[in-house]
Design a protein around this ligand. Structure first.
Ligand code: SF4
Ligand code: SF4
Length: 104
């Protein structure tokens, strides 16, 4: 149901009727939301994978049980990963600073 089709009386609106559809970052790249970006330092990483489930955008690149990097098309720069990493293998930097470890 679209908002255009909603009837005038509020009692006529079905429960949840104004929700058109759930959104997903698979279709909506969220990388341009960032003001800060996480920078991965692979030499410090112990591959504990603690950061992976905390990422709200599933932006981590994992191969063969190893953390390989960050997909910046989807990373929105929330900083959760840097907060939970026990060995500071992810640091937050200003978005406009060029980094050697950028994946994209
Ligand atoms: S800052 Fe870290 S936790 Fe947040 S979206 Fe980017 S990769 Fe995921
Ligand atoms: S939490 Fe830190 S050490 Fe663990 S996999 Fe992520 S970056 Fe590597």
């Amino acid at each position: 149901m679209t908002i255009k089709n909603v009837k005038k009386r509020w009692k006529d609106i079905p429960i949840g009727g104004v929700i058109v559809e759930p959104k997903t970052s698979l279709r909506n790249k969220t990388g341009n939301w960032r003001v800060q970006k996480p920078v991965f330092h692979p030499e410090r990483c112990i591959h504990c994978m603690l950061c992976v489930p905390y990422c709200p955008e599933d932006a981590f690149i994992v191969e063969d049980g190893k953390l390989k990097g960050i997909n910046y098309d989807y990373c929105k720069g929330c900083g959760l990963c840097a907060s939970v990493c026990p060995v500071k293998a992810i640091t937050m930097e200003d978005e406009n600073v060029e980094q050697e470890n950028d994946e994209k």
